[in-house]
Design a protein around this ligand. Sequence first.
Ligand code: PNS
Length: 168
Amino acid sequence: MATVLYPGSFDPLHLGHLDVIEQSVELFGDVTVGVMHNPSKPSGMFTLEQRTAMIRASIEHLSSVRIMTFAGLAVDAVKQSGASFIVKGLRTGGDFEVEQQMAHTNFAVSGVRTVYLPCKPALVSISSRFIREIAQYGGDVTSLVTAPVAAELALLFPAKQSPSTGNA
Ligand code: PNS
C-alpha cells in the first residue's frame, strides 16, 4: 500500500478523473487529489474552492481519498502530502507526450516518480475544456461528469430550452 498524489486543475472534475481516482484507490490504497491553483490559467471557470467542493461531493464513496490544494510544484505537493509518487491518467498519445516530458523533468529535479494509468476506453474523449465549452453554450454534459458537477454547471449555465438558429 502507498499514498499517491493525483494532481490536476479539475476545472471541473469529470468521469475520466474519477476513473483515475478509483483505479488509484484499487491499486495503491491512499490517494490525495491535489487541486492546483494556477494563476497562469485565467481561462478557468471555477474557483479553487468550487472545484474542491465538487470533488469532495463526488468522492464520498471513497474513504481513502483526501483532497489538498497547492499553488506551486507538483513534486512539492507530493512531499507535503506524504505521497510516494505521482499518478496521472493517460487518454491519448498526445497525453503521453506531455506527461512523459513532465515525468522526466519532475524526476530529474526531485527524484519523484510518476505512474500512468490508462483511462477506460469509454472515457478517453472527455476533457474539462470541452465540458466548459459545451456547458457555456447550454449543451448537456450530464453523461460526462458526476452528479455534483452537473448540478453546479446547471446553476451556472441553465440548459437551452430550444435550439436557436440565430435568425432574428
Ligand atoms: O489538469 P491539468 O491542468 O492538465 O493539470 C496539470 C498539472 C496541474 C498536473 C501540471 O500543470 C502540474 O503539475 N503543475 C504544477 C507545476 C509543476 O510542477 N510544474 C513542473 C512540471 S515539470
